[in-house]
Design a binder for this molecule. Structure first.
Ligand code: DC
Length: 219
C-alpha cells in the first residue's frame, strides 16, 4: 500500500489539494480533522466541551467510524452520519480544544492507521508524517505564507457577506499558527523527511500537479 502523509497549517489548501491529487491517483483521501471534529460534536452535544475529564470519560462510550461513499468520506458518531454537522465555527473551535487532549489523539490513532494499512491513501492532518504514519512512503508539508492564507480566507469571508478586516484575519492566522506549532502534544512541524511544498504563488491546478509529481517520485 502507498501511504502519503500531508501535513501543514490551516488554510494552506490541504484538503482541496489532497482531494484533487487523490482523485488523479485513484487513492482514498482521508481527512483526519473530521475525526477530531466528530469528537468535538459529541462533546458539544453533551455540554462537556470545556470539561477535559468528561471528554476523556466520554471516549469510553462513543463509537467513531469513517466510511467512503463514491470516494467521499463520511464520519459516523454512534452509527449516525454526522458529516453535515461538523463544519460550523463552534465545532472548529471545539475540535481545536479536543485535539490538544492526549487521550483523544490516542483514541483516534488505530482508526487512522487501519485505513492506511489496507488502502492507498493520502491522509491529511497535522501529525500524520510525524506520529500517525511515520513510515509513510511520501511525506509532504504543505504550506503557504501567512499573508497568502489570510488573503484566501479573507476573500472567502467577504464572499459569504461577512464584514471582516484583512488585518484581523491575518492576526487570527498568526495566532493559530503559533498555537498549533507550540502545543505540547503533536505540535505542527515538518518531519525530517518531509518535502516542503509552498503553494503561495500557485493556482489550485498547479498545486495539485505539484503534489501528484512529488507523490509519483516516491512511489
Ligand atoms: O483540519 P481541520 O481544520 O478540520 O482540523 C480540525 C482541528 O483538529 C484543528 O484544530 C486541528 C486538529 N487536528 C489535529 O490536531 N490533528 C490532525 N491530524 C487533524 C486535525
Amino acid at each position: 500500500m502507498i501511504n502519503v502523509a500531508i501535513d501543514g497549517p490551516a488554510g494552506a489548501g490541504k484538503s482541496t489539494i489532497s482531494k484533487g491529487a487523490a482523485k488523479e491517483l485513484g487513492f482514498i483521501y482521508v481527512d483526519t480533522g473530521a475525526l477530531y471534529r466528530t469528537i468535538a460534536l459529541s462533546a458539544v452535544r453533551n455540554g462537556i466541551i470545556d470539561d477535559k475529564d468528561a471528554v476523556i470519560k466520554m471516549l469510553e462510550s462513543i463509537d467513531v467510524k469513517l466510511g467512503f461513499e463514491n470516494g467521499t468520506q463520511c464520519v459516523y458518531l454512534n452509527g449516525e452520519e454526522v458529516s453535515a454537522y461538523i463544519r460550523t465555527p463552534e465545532i472548529s473551535m471545539g475540535a481545536s480544544k479536543v485535539s490538544a487532549i492526549p487521550k483523544v489523539r490516542e483514541f483516534l490513532l488505530d482508526l487512522q492507521r487501519d485505513i492506511a494499512k489496507n488502502n492507498n491513501v493520502i491522509m491529511d492532518g497535522r501529525d500524520i508524517g510525524t506520529v500517525v504514519l511515520p513510515k509513510a512512503e511520501c511525506k509532504i508539508f504543505l504550506t503557504a505564507s501567512a499573508e497568502c492564507r489570510a488573503q484566501r480566507r479573507y476573500k472567502e469571508l467577504i464572499e459569504k457577506g461577512e464584514n471582516v478586516k484583512y488585518e484581523d484575519v491575518l492576526s487570527d492566522v498568526n495566532e493559530r499558527d503559533y498555537n498549533d506549532s507550540h502545543r505540547e502534544i503533536a505540535p505542527l512541524k515538518p518531519s525530517e523527511e518531509s518535502v516542503i511544498a509552498d503553494t503561495s504563488e500557485l493556482t489550485l491546478d498547479e498545486s495539485i500537479a505539484l503534489i501528484v509529481k512529488i507523490i509519483k517520485e516516491h512511489m
